[in-house]
Write a protein that binds this ligand. Structure first.
Ligand code: NAD
Length: 355
């Protein structure tokens, strides 16, 4: 059964367990703490190459099952991301069902820290959607398994954006035969932390920008600051452009949006951009070059790993992030040679390292 349809129809707890097993999982942990309203999940996909480093996402999920599914999907992506970036890390993710109001943020994230500490270092957390450096500081009062505190100069977003920029440059050179981004039209969906830094860098390189965000004021401000065209969230997927850059949430490229695309390249930061892996072949059929998400968005993970002292990594984060270009070029070249979708090639490359 296709992943998209399986995900869409999970209703029973038994089916959820089947889904977790189908994703090759050994460990999924839950913590409920009534006094603070914490309902959290840690999904550890793999610790084969090292401890599982992955962000802590705190968003208003519809229910527990959605939060578990998200952690499971994202944690597996983190394993692939670390493996293909050549990091000594496994893959995992934490999701938190954000309550309507977090009454006491200090107590809430202290509980998160205790949860992580109980896992004994198999999972290391960092920032993701809905969490901030100050939350990492609170977590650090209860556990050392955290990357991204104020002391560690925590925000990974500019580094993720840098990796996306390198990825866009590589894709434009490979697919459009252009060595510069001058006048290349990039449509960015979501101008939050990553999208904003990316837009700034692209503008410096002379790219033409279209941006959109469900936070209209944010989009308008960035439009003004960078001279970008601002369009509605509904219109961004179908923009006629060279590069569509999803920098908001996952599953943006799906059976519904596919026919609306008018881009030549898809290259953005969002995790799990394809609603199912079969979409990769359909993109290839439309001659749209897809930069696999877990390859192009590894910049933040590479940076976070260097900020985590226990790993004692001997590389420079900026140089390692620049290497995303070489990894993508290998994938694009293999894909063209073997007529296989880029997402399939990338997963195979990562899976070989995980075996
Ligand atoms: P963010 O929350 O700061 O920004 C996301 C932006 O997308 C927000 O401004 C939000 O309003 C907007 N948005 C949400 N839904 C939208 C929609 N339908 N249309 C248009 N805009 C929409 O998050 P971020 O840190 O910038 O991360 C962006 C994406 O990249 C996320 O999927 C995240 O998981 C992924 N990612 C981030 C990093 C990182 O270092 N921050 C690393 C790897 C992957």
């Amino acid at each position: 059964m296709r992943e998209e349809s399986l995900l869409g129809r999970i209703a029973e707890p038994g089916e959820l367990v089947d889904y977790i097993e189908s994703q090759d999982y050994g460990e999924v942990h839950l913590k409920f703490h009534k006094p603070t309203g914490l309902r959290a999940i840690v999904a550890i996909h793999s610790t084969k190459l090292g401890p599982a480093l992955g962000g802590c996402r705190c968003i208003p999920y519809d229910n527990l099952q959605s939060a578990i599914k998200d952690a499971v999907r994202l944690g597996r992506g983190m394993s692939y991301k670390a493996a293909i970036a050549g990091l000594p890390l496994g893959g995992g993710k934490m999701t938190i069902i954000r309550p309507k109001a977090i009454k006491d943020r200090q107590a809430f994230f202290e509980q998160v820290g205790e949860f992580i500490d109980d896992l004994g270092g198999r999972y290391i957390t960092s920032i993701d959607s809905g969490t901030q450096v100050s939350d990492m500081d609170i977590i650090a009062t209860r556990t050392s398994y955290v990357a991204g505190t104020t002391q560690q100069q925590g925000d990974p977003s500019p580094h993720t954006a840098m990796g996306i920029y390198y990825g866009i440059k590589t894709a434009v050179q490979f697919h459009l035969d252009k060595s510069s981004l001058e006048n290349v039209h990039v449509a960015i969906q979501g101008v939050g932390n990553v999208g904003y830094h990316l837009a700034k860098k692209l503008r410096e390189e002379g790219a033409q920008l279209t941006v959109s965000d469900i936070n209209d004021q944010l989009a308008q401000n960035i439009g003004c600051e960078l001279g970008a065209e601002v369009i509605s969230p509904e219109a961004i997927c179908s923009t006629h452009c060279d590069v569509f850059s999803p920098c908001a949430l996952g599953a943006v490229i799906n059976s519904r949006s596919l026919s609306k695309l008018h881009c030549k390249i898809i290259a953005g930061s969002a995790n799990n951009q394809l609603s199912s892996s079969e979409i990769g072949a359909l993109l290839q059929g439309k001659n749209i070059l897809y930069a696999p998400d877990f390859v192009i968005n590894a910049g933040g993970l590479i940076y976070a790993a260097t900020r985590y002292p226990d790993l004692e990594l001997d590389y420079n984060a900026s140089e390692k992030i620049a290497q995303i270009q070489n990894v993508l070029l290998n994938i694009f070249t293999e894909s063209k040679k073997n007529k296989q979708p880029t997402n399939v090639i990338a997963k195979e490359m990562a899976a070989i390292r995980l075996r």
